[in-house]
Write a protein that binds this ligand. Structure first.
Ligand SMILES: [Zn+2]
Ligand SMILES: [Zn+2]
Length: 342
């Protein structure tokens, strides 16, 4: 089954932490953390609809200005999601600039900021360029089980964890069922590709009855043609279904038992886990003091959760000279001990 998204670290293992998920076929992208994002091409930043910020230490949030600058004239908005206090922090970022000319832009660029609280309520506000980014209230939302966003393509869950005396959110991106079109069968049936296939997938996802008629028009050299099918037969003949993938992002969390227990459940069965390994095993005391994970702690979490693929990041600059090998080795040893021993 071909994947409909691509998930990548923005700055490799040494730079500011962050992951970009590019939903290729929707011309849409989401970001986990927004530290330095200058490595992302502008066309990618322009696709970003949602940014999920674990916490607002600078290395996770300083790229907000860059995103804002790139997206300012854009007509579609961006949603930013973060921990308690986040809405005011977005507001203060915006208050730091002078916006007397911004209403002259043709497009109204809208920023929505959301913060998730421990009891599951989400506090929100919006900031529109037409209003010189003055804060406008929005009604609060109530979430269940950390589900902070749900749309046609994916569900997004957040899990609050401890990082010193503040909250750092871990995130889980869960793709809804994959639906692919068998191109060869389409050709066999002499049907065209085109926007009607998107409509077909939408109606199947919405679970419309099998006998729902669906009309397909297309043009051939002989002129335009039209044929009506039932939703059920199109689904049977043309579509392939697969389980959606789960991608998790974990950074800046203390390695103590409370966090680990919550994480093991949260990232359970992930197809791909991005997890910080700031410190090597030998520096576990330092890791505890700084409220970060070590290689071995991260590997043990990945092992307990049965994740299928993992990538580590946010390596401390203190190891830069010695290179990334020790991080990879120690993590691997804890994650897949049998393999490492072989
Ligand atoms: Zn950090
Ligand atoms: Zn931090």
């Amino acid at each position: 089954m071909r994947s409909v998204y691509q998930a990548k670290l923005v700055n490799g293992v040494w730079g500011d932490p962050g992951v970009c998920i590019d939903l290729k076929y929707q011309r849409r992208a989401v970001l986990f953390d927004i530290g330095d994002v200058s490595a992302l091409p502008v066309r990618m930043l322009l696709r970003v609809t949602d940014v999920f910020v674990s916490h607002t230490h600078m290395d996770h949030f300083a790229g907000f200005d860059h995103l804002l600058r790139v997206c300012l004239g854009r007509a579609t908005g961006v949603r930013l999601h973060g921990p308690p206090g986040f809405v005011s922090q977005v507001e203060h970022k915006l208050l730091a600039y002078t916006w007397n000319l911004v209403q002259n832009y043709e497009a109204d660029f809208v920023i929505e900021a959301r913060e998730l609280h421990a009891d599951g309520h989400v506090h929100r506000a919006q900031f529109r360029s037409r209003e010189q980014f003055r804060r406008e209230p929005l009604v609060d939302l109530q979430t269940q089980g950390g589900l902070i966003l749900e749309d046609e393509q994916f569900r997004l869950r957040a899990m609050p964890l401890e990082h010193h005396d503040i909250v750092s959110l871990a995130f889980s991106f869960e793709e809804t069922t994959h639906i692919n079109v068998w191109k060869s069968r389409l050709e066999e049936l002499g049907l065209p590709s085109g926007p009607w296939l998107t409509e077909l997938k939408q109606r199947v996802r919405a679970q419309e009855p099998d006998d729902t008629p669906m009309r397909v028009h297309w043009r051939t050299r002989e002129g335009s043609r039209e044929q009506t099918f039932s939703l059920g037969e199109l689904q049977r003949d043309l579509l392939e279904f697969g389980r959606g993938q789960k991608v998790c992002y974990v950074t800046d969390v203390a390695g103590h038992a409370r966090n680990r227990a919550r994480l093991e459940e949260f990232v359970q069965g992930a197809d791909l886990l991005f997890i910080e390994t700031v410190f090597l095993d030998a520096d576990q005391e330092l890791a505890a003091r700084k409220a970060h994970l070590t290689t071995t702690q991260a590997g043990e979490i990945a092992r307990a959760a049965g994740v299928k693929q993992a990538e580590t990041f946010h390596f401390s600059a203190r190891y830069r000279e010695q290179g990334p090998e020790a991080h990879h080795r120690e993590f691997r040893r804890a994650w897949r001990p049998d393999e490492a021993a072989a």
